[in-house]
Design a protein around this ligand. Structure first.
Ligand SMILES: [Zn+2]
Length: 64
């Protein structure tokens, strides 16, 4: 099962839905994990796939 690389939260159980933007090819949904990582998801039918995710807040890119 795909999960958050930062805290291990399962991707198919989004914690917070930030915003949802309907589109012709499918809705784009922004969600935020419990660790603060922002995830961009694209909905195609019943599938809500994670396309991109940010690092959790408080973890600057230089730390990696
Ligand atoms: Zn997380």
């Amino acid at each position: 099962m795909p999960c958050c690389p930062y805290c291990g939260w399962p991707d198919d159980d989004p914690v917070t839905t930030v915003s949802r933007h309907p589109g012709a090819a499918g809705a784009t949904v922004w969600t935020r994990c419990i660790c603060g990582s922002l995830q961009m998801r694209v909905q195609r039918g019943d599938v809500l796939a994670v396309c991109a995710r940010s690092r959790p807040s408080g973890h600057p890119a230089a730390a990696f």
